[in-house]
Design a protein around this ligand. Structure first.
Ligand code: SF4
Ligand code: SF4
Ligand code: SF4
Length: 321
């Protein structure tokens, strides 16, 4: 498997920290898991209900003041290929072989939404040195405060989903990511992507209710007549159809320590571009390493040793007394 520059940097940083602390990644013990907040809100995305209409993308841009972008200069519509500082929600496509059968791994296709997972124990908030990213203590939504951000982009390196983006073309750049339409929630409304999804593929609600709904779907027999809530899990509006086939995995229930965005699909999540994460959060391990490094002032000692070594390497003999 090819390793991207970004993955290499993450691995190198992790290995370097562990080696510096005298720890191996296997023996670095995670701190206890962070539990879900009781009133946490989130989104259940069901790829089997998604028709790839991208209404969620347009609504996301409209309600978050984000401009369209042209990846192909000949395009006459918004055509981002990936998340960017102008696109915080994207619908991607998996295809295989003939690509004819919806939600099939072989000779089939599947849609997949990518946006911030609003992790239960986020790596981005843990890595941010100034608290510019923080978790709302009630809803658990991971929010960004541009007023304190120093632009170090540690959050970008830390996020296992490669979500935060940086406004490279702005004189006052910010980090950009989905904030679960917190401005709409503050007005008693809910995320635009769920409001405008015509099929119920994107569903807003309390995470505990979304988990119940996801488990109900996984218990259905393929082809069984059933109903699917629209827009909000408690909206009372439904569509009726036969149950699709599902893989028995609620992505985000436990992956990476859990997330407030949950996903269902019938194509393996790795094929849909989601990372394989253990049940511990990255933050629980990295904080263990940081604490080990700072214990006994080991990190300043390592940094100083590194600087001395670099100065020695780059000093020519004639500069020496
Ligand atoms: S997906 Fe990334 S940016 Fe979003 S909360 Fe998790 S770590 Fe932070
Ligand atoms: S919750 Fe709001 S910001 Fe996040 S993807 Fe949906 S519409 Fe976009
Ligand atoms: S609006 Fe709903 S059905 Fe359309 S692409 Fe988005 S999630 Fe899929």
């Amino acid at each position: 498997m090819a390793v991207s520059r970004r993955q290499f940097l993450k691995l190198a940083a992790g290995a370097g920290l562990c080696a510096g602390a005298g720890l191996s990644p296997q023996v670095a013990r995670a701190r206890p898991p962070v539990p879900r907040l009781p009133e946490a809100v989130g989104i259940l995305y069901d790829a089997t209900l998604c028709i790839g209409c991208k209404a969620c993308m347009s609504a996301c841009k409209e309600f978050n003041g984000l401009p369209p972008e042209h990846t192909d200069p000949r395009a006459i519509w918004d055509d981002p290929l990936d998340l960017s500082a102008k696109t915080v929600n994207i619908v991607k496509l998996y295809t295989h072989g003939t690509g004819l059968a919806k939600d099939r791994e072989q000779d089939g296709y599947s849609y997949i939404r990518r946006f911030c997972m609003h992790c239960v124990d986020p790596a981005c908030t843990s890595a941010c040195p100034v608290g510019a990213l923080h978790k709302d203590p009630r809803t658990g939504v991971v929010k960004y405060n541009p007023d304190v951000c120093i632009g170090c982009r540690y959050c970008q390196i830390a996020c296992p989903y490669n979500i935060p983006k940086f406004q490279w073309d702005s004189p006052f750049p910010r980090i950009v990511k989905c904030q679960m339409c917190d401005h709409l929630q503050a007005r008693g409304s809910y995320p635009a992507c769920c409001r405008f999804c015509p099929t119920g593929a994107s569903l807003f609600g309390e995470v505990r209710e979304l988990l119940k709904e996801a488990r109900r779907r996984l218990a259905l027999k393929e082809g069984e007549p059933t109903w699917f809530p629209l827009r909000r899990v408690d909206s009372g509006s439904h569509t009726f159809r036969s149950a699709p086939a599902y893989l028995p995995h609620i992505y985000g229930e436990k992956d990476g320590g859990g997330a407030q965005v949950l996903m269902l699909a019938n194509v393996p999540f790795t094929k849909l571009g989601l990372p394989v994460l253990g049940e511990d959060s990255i933050a629980s391990h990295s904080e263990t390493v940081y604490h080990a490094l700072y214990k006994g002032m080991l990190l300043p000692y390592l940094v100083l040793s590194g600087l001395v070594y670099l100065v020695y390497r780059h000093t020519s003999k004639k500069d020496l007394p």
